[in-house]
Design a protein around this ligand. Structure first.
Ligand SMILES: Cc1ncc(COP(=O)(O)O)c(C=O)c1O
Length: 342
């Protein structure tokens, strides 16, 4: 019963079938010149109700780092949260792909960046800083956030407005974008370009793909050099059709949203069970598929001894734990978790 992450999962059968079907055609043109990749671009344009350029890659880190490379020069600053994946978990890939840009932390509220915190971070900067400081270039936020909360379209529109005020590009790390869309009734368009998002990392691996993510570009100017950067960054797959086949199946017939609704609903059930257990406190509102809670260490130890797998960290006596549900999480494992907690 593994709640450690949503990448402990396997591959959705629909996506395995799509890979097998892609394999039936013996030869297809390489490097993205195939018909499946062309169909993905059309499917994503429909999904986002906007012209987009789509660059499939195999990891979220590549999607993030490539996105940042087109938003920010080597002497630029990218505003992010301290705990964002880009800042904390990518081994410097954004810095590497941008040729040395600086990631600058903005304080978080419930795992999210607010427009006012971003504004405050930028206020007071100006031409007088001259050549001595990195130049503000971009903002990156994560949707759903690393703490399992979700930015509303209004949150994003406020961030978009602040980004524009300071001349910054806005990027969304959408490793769990499906969970954010499934969490409310806001469309992919509302949560991206309509709110001023210029470019995003569109995740699929955590929600049913084998290994497929995409850089989705709403601002055509940002797409101009991305193809070169992807190749130079060694993420241009010669058999691109197999990444594209995953992405096509992922969005077909709303598979991605059905998966995310399942994960989110099980997270809500786990959160209710945790919230009603004595001594357990939820650390963040549970709005997507990740739950953070703190409790006396014995609570977590007993659950782990009972066979539940999850990460803990922080305070030695009262650690925090993270539980992640996914598209294939078994309802019965969640029932067993609730029973064990009792
Ligand atoms: C918020 C977020 N962004 C991006 C990623 C991409 O990770 P990877 O490079 O392992 O595919 C992850 C994976 O854990 C993530 O949680």
């Amino acid at each position: 019963m593994n709640f450690a992450s949503d990448n402990v999962t396997g591959v959705a059968p629909e996506i395995m079938d799509a890979l097998a079907r892609a394999n039936e055609t013996v030869a297809m043109m390489p490097y993205g010149a195939d018909e499946i990749t062309a169909r993905v671009e059309t499917a994503f344009a429909e999904l986002f109700q906007h012209e987009v350029a789509v660059f499939p890659v195999a990891t979220g880190t590549a999607a993030n780092a490539l996105s940042m490379s087109v938003m920010c020069p080597p002497y630029g600053a990218i505003y992010c949260l301290e705990e964002s994946h880009a800042n904390a978990d990518e081994c410097g890939a954004p810095e590497f792909y941008t040729g040395g840009a600086k990631l600058v932390a903005v304080p978080e509220v419930e795992g999210k960046m607010t427009a006012s915190a971003l504004d405050a971070r930028l206020a007071g900067r100006g031409p007088a800083d001259g050549v001595h400081v990195v130049q503000p270039a971009a903002v990156t936020i994560t949707q759903a956030s690393e703490m399992g909360t979700v930015y509303s379209a209004d949150d994003l529109a406020a961030l978009g407005e602040t980004a524009r005020k300071w001349g910054l590009k806005l990027h969304v790390d959408g490793a769990r974008f499906a969970n954010a869309v499934a969490a409310g009734n806001q469309s992919p368009a509302d949560l991206t370009w309509r709110a001023g998002v210029d470019i995003m990392s569109f995740g699929a691996t955590k929600n049913g793909a084998m290994a497929a993510e995409a850089v989705v570009v709403f601002d055509p100017a940002l797409a101009e050099t991305l193809g070169f950067r992807r190749k130079r960054g060694a993420h241009l797959f010669s058999k691109m059709r197999f990444l594209s086949a995953q992405l096509e199946a992922y969005v077909k017939d709303d598979l991605w949203l059905r998966h995310a609704r399942h994960a989110n609903s099980l997270a809500a059930r786990m959160a209710t069970a945790l919230d009603s257990a004595p001594g357990v406190e939820l650390d963040y509102p549970v709005e997507a598929n990740e739950i953070f809670a703190s409790a006396p260490k014995a609570v977590w130890q007993k659950l782990q001894a009972a066979g539940f797998i999850f990460y803990t960290w922080g305070d030695a006596e009262r650690p925090s734990a993270r539980f992640v549900t996914a598209f294939d999480t078994d309802d019965q494992h969640v029932d067993a978790f609730a029973a064990a907690l009792k």
